[in-house]
Write a protein that binds this ligand. Sequence first.
Ligand SMILES: [Zn+2]
Length: 277
Amino acid sequence: MRLSTLSCLLSTADSLSPRPRVVVSGGTHGNEYTGVWVLQRLQLRSAELAEQHPSIAIETLFANPPAHAANRRFIDDDLNRQFSAATLADTTASSFEAGRAKAIAADMGPKGAAADAAVCIDMHTTTANMGCTVIVSSYSTLALRAAAFVHTHWDDADEASPPLPLRVMVEECSQCEAAHLASVARHGIEIEVPFVDGADADGALPGAVVAASLQDRDFAPLRAGEALFEALDGSLVPYDGSLGEVVHPVFINEAAYYYRESGRGVGMSRPVEWPVL
Ligand SMILES: [Zn+2]
């Protein structure tokens, strides 16, 4: 997930008053790791974010830790289908996620226009060929405006690498009917990004990801000193030249390479001259 998307949304939330709660959630589906990784990064940057956005209180919510620990979408039931007003009021539901939804709603709610949390931005990943998608609901004018803002600034948000396509999807529903987690707050926004299974075999997240400037540059030369990885704290880790002054990265962001046993999210190749036989 590009942090610039989130930054755009946070900038939009800055127009709210006075110092509203903005909850950024991830891990709603336990096997979607990108959001959990971004949460860790936001927590590391909390002081910086507070300085950049002084008019809002930015919080992080790790929505379903047990499902994440088990590397499963959910334990008993899909958490992102538990937040309609009717389901939240159902006292007979006994699944883990039904209870978890009630706890989240008690903290951010009461669900709807009077919710304590002004905005919830819930981060997801998808295996479908959807590029990046911002999903908003027709009942929230602010969410619609935020999505339009991100869409307008999408192409110039990151000059280092051409962005994936961005689409905005609007769900036609009332807030009462909406069953997704973000619908608890006064305004809800979901972000879907392409799926990358970044977890190690033991469930640990990577300490760094491939630098954005390297994305889609398979077989292009990379010189010693140029950015190779981006650490959790946002710092860039340069290529150290240990495999030669110039290398040609391949399999950039190959999901299988994030496993400790398989590699580090990128492979290195060097061109060779073969004798003509
Ligand atoms: Zn999801």
